[in-house]
Design a binder for this molecule. Structure first.
Ligand SMILES: N[C@@H](CCC(=O)N[C@@H](CS)C(=O)NCC(=O)O)C(=O)O
Length: 245
């Protein structure tokens, strides 16, 4: 069976998981692979990496392109806007790839801040990370401008892979105490996109989870808490743990 190297938190891996679900494709999860397992799978040492028979791919953009071009969509048995049939549309390749690359830059900026945060470097105290946080705000304003309206994402009438990755990164931001934000009154199209995609069963099946060091997502209570809490709740894991002691 195809295998996906992933972590529960990676927004890039989550976008791949969501597309696998949209397409009705089974996969085995290699969750939080060790350094040795990562090194055996990919020279990037990163997740996601996908193994599908003799095809081994890393980088979510390449994996998403492969899945979109190799497998047709499963038939939809629920009320939802249509899921894109192509990674990039014929006649719009350059624009769709530019959008995807820009969304990936948003993801890299965000996960760089996150990974540094957990090693004790707050973005406000570091010039490069401060630039990453500033870049995010410029990128978010650009996305708001590129989204068509409050009923459509980057492409009229369907939910694209680019829409999905963008929302995965926003929902990652909502589930880390990083002092970052994406939501703002001046970005109603972004809010509408996140709300609409959250209603897709694939987003529910592969949820974004709160994460902080010390959490154990194999504990059902912690998993239930991680599934519902966001930064809007104003609580973090140490506070929740203390409230239960
Ligand atoms: N461009 C890559 C980025 C993947 C990435 O940054 N993965 C992170 C997790 S969100 C990772 O594996 N980080 C560990 C590391 O960089 O060593 C993609 O789109 O797949």
């Amino acid at each position: 069976m195809r295998k996906l190297y992933m972590t529960a938190g990676s927004p890039f891996a989550r976008a791949v998981r969501i597309v696998l679900v949209e397409k009705g494709l089974d996969f085995e999860r290699i969750v939080s692979p060790s350094l040795c397992e990562r090194a055996d799978a990919t020279p990037t040492l990163q997740v996601p990496t996908l193994i599908d028979d003799d095809v081994r791919l890393w980088d979510s953009a390449v994996i998403l392109e492969y899945l979109m071009s190799t497998y047709p969509n499963a038939s939809q048995s629920y009320e939802a806007s249509a899921f894109a049939t192509d990674y990039v549309r014929s006649g719009h390749q350059l624009r769709d790839k530019l959008v995807h690359a820009t969304v990936q830059t948003f993801g890299v900026s965000t996960t760089t801040i996150s990974q540094c945060h957990w090693t004790g470097m707050m973005h406000a105290d570091n010039a490069h990370l401060t630039r990453c946080a500033l870049r995010n705000q410029h990128l978010l304003d650009w996305f708001e401008n590129e989204l068509i309206d409050e009923h459509n994402g980057f492409v009229a009438g369907l939910d694209s892979v680019q829409d999905m990755l963008l929302v995965c990164i926003c929902q990652f931001i909502e589930r880390r105490p990083l002092n970052l934000t994406w939501d703002a009154p001046r970005r109603p199209k972004m809010r509408a996109l996140a709300d609409r995609l959250s209603r897709r069963p694939s987003f529910d099946a592969e949820p974004a989870l709160w994460w902080e060091p010390g959490m154990d997502l194999t504990d059902p209570e912690q998993l239930a808490w991680a599934s519902r809490v966001t930064i809007a709740d104003g609580i973090d894991f140490p506070a929740w743990k203390a409230s239960r002691a």
